[in-house]
Design a protein. Structure first.
Length: 255
């Protein structure tokens, strides 16, 4: 889904809104406000919502995926025969997953009294999705010194199709980044501004965050077709171009 398609849906929504607002003498134009809390694959969050006529409701807020850690092992790309050097064949790294996003979403209702809706909009915020680093500071200093002495035969640790080499201090700091602007399209049931005081919404869709990019020590890496089995979770995330969204929302109408 291209960004222009999202914008087209939004324009169509406002076209419907204009007709609706005119028919109802503007009685349902920004005349209600609800607040909600959300939980789902984008994390936990909060938002506010208002109607734009009878067929469109707009939501704005944020969501946060709490950071959690896990450990994984990376394998050395080659084992050089070097005396008096500590070059481990595997290195344990700690990884953190977590991100925070703002959001602006438009719920489009095909029928005036329908709870079913199509949602178009965007999430925006964190580009960093996952970070990985060696737990012991300076652990790979001998690898750094070897690479400085052998610039044509550099060694590193394999992460899928990528080779991670330590910095001058003997550390690996890897990161997976996506686009900071993430168009969203989905569908669901329920109203962001409920007709009663309390309401419940469910929605499912996809967030388009483009091809993730791998960085190591601040530099973007290129694929080297290593096809390593190391870091399976990190490797999987690096190949996902869209992020599935399943969200539950509990909301209350303020006025």
């Amino acid at each position: 889904m291209r960004i222009k398609h999202i914008l087209l849906l939004t324009i169509m929504a406002f076209a419907v809104t204009g007709a609706s607002a005119q028919d109802d003498n503007d009685k349902n134009l920004f005349n209600h406000l609800s607040v909600g809390v959300t939980a789902g694959t984008p994390g936990i969050g909060a938002d506010v919502a208002m109607p734009i006529g009878n067929y469109v409701q707009v939501r704005a807020g944020f969501s946060m995926m709490p950071k959690f850690k896990f450990g994984t092992d990376l394998e050395l790309s080659d084992v050089p025969n070097v005396a008096d050097a500590y070059i481990p064949s595997t290195v344990e790294v700690e990884a953190k997953i977590g991100f925070t996003n703002g959001k602006v979403l438009f719920d489009i209702f095909p029928f005036k009294k329908s709870a079913f809706h199509i949602t178009a909009g965007a999430y925006f915020g964190s580009s960093s999705v996952i970070k990985a680093y060696n737990k012991e500071d300076g652990l790979l200093i001998d690898v750094t010194e070897y690479n400085n002495s052998h610039p044509n035969q550099m060694i590193g640790y394999e992460l899928g199709d990528y080779l991670l080499t330590p910095d001058r201090n003997g550390n690996i700091n890897a990161e997976i980044k996506t686009s900071g602007f993430k168009p969203y399209i989905g569908f669901g049931n329920g109203r962001a501004v409920p007709k009663k005081r309390l309401g419940f919404m469910f929605e499912a869709g996809v967030m388009f965050w483009n091809s993730p990019k791998i960085y190591c020590n601040g530099e973007e890496l290129k694929s080297e077709n290593l096809d390593s089995d190391s870091g399976d979770i990190v490797k999987l995330i690096s190949k996902i171009k869209i992020y599935p969204v399943i969200n539950f929302r509990l909301c209350g109408r303020i006025f």
